[in-house]
Design a protein. Sequence first.
Length: 303
Amino acid sequence: MNASPRRTRAQRKQLLSVHGSSSATAIDLTTVTETYILTSSTASPTLISLIPDSLPRSYTNIPRKDHTLLLQKQNLLRASPSTASVSAGPSPSSAALVFAQPEAGTAVCIHPSGLLLTCSHCIAETPSELDLDKTHYLLFASGAVVAARCTAWDGKRDLALLQITAAQALPSNGSEGFRFPALQIAQEAPKVGTKLLCVGHPGSEDLECEEEGVATGYDVLHVSSGAFRGYAEGQDVQDNEEIGALMHDCWTYWGHSGAPLVDVKTGKLVGVHSSWDEESGMRRGVGVEAIREFVKGRGVVWR
């Protein structure tokens, strides 16, 4: 790869530091590897508790400003019904989630039990910044709030897995307990030119503007269309540490990291958006080969 400059994770971190963001609590690096951290080798059943519909700050225990932002995003999502649809399977937007934190970020549910997939840099930029005890608050497109914890983190592949531990009741759950809308992972990469949908969470603040606090005006959850453009020549599909190997041309913005890339025809997940090449304008992501290898043995089984 020789395209430069790239809109990479390092540039994102630099911009966020200029606009202000907090770092995660450090963990003991003697207990982890350099790029891959996990709490268990396989996913185990998790008892999911109920989050009250009227969510007080005493429940989330997060800074007042962050709690207010969470509620603002919830109100906006509830007022903006999902618009994404495909010919097969659940709606991509119904399985997409937005992070409640100010710097934004996107995730996708990949199993009805509440397993969420996102980019590792949405959770922590480096192993030293990773806090496995931290509770992350996210919202489904319906506006339902969930709490989740990281169960696997791979900085080289730029992927992280979270397990929902608490959730507000979803309309479809009824008395059957929690069964979350989820997208099935494709078996293999699509053919070049395959039509895709990308469902992401563009940030509310314009990080391209020199003036701080300028609003973008984008919806909390944005659906864009495009196509799969193959993989970067010479790049290992399992190595997305600096820039994603997958290429696509769906529209994205800061905050789209972790956004699902969905095959329009099959409705299956074929990748997640991660970055973009500023020189060529090509969007980049993590492909299905890396996703399948990452989740292997983690309880992501469809029947």
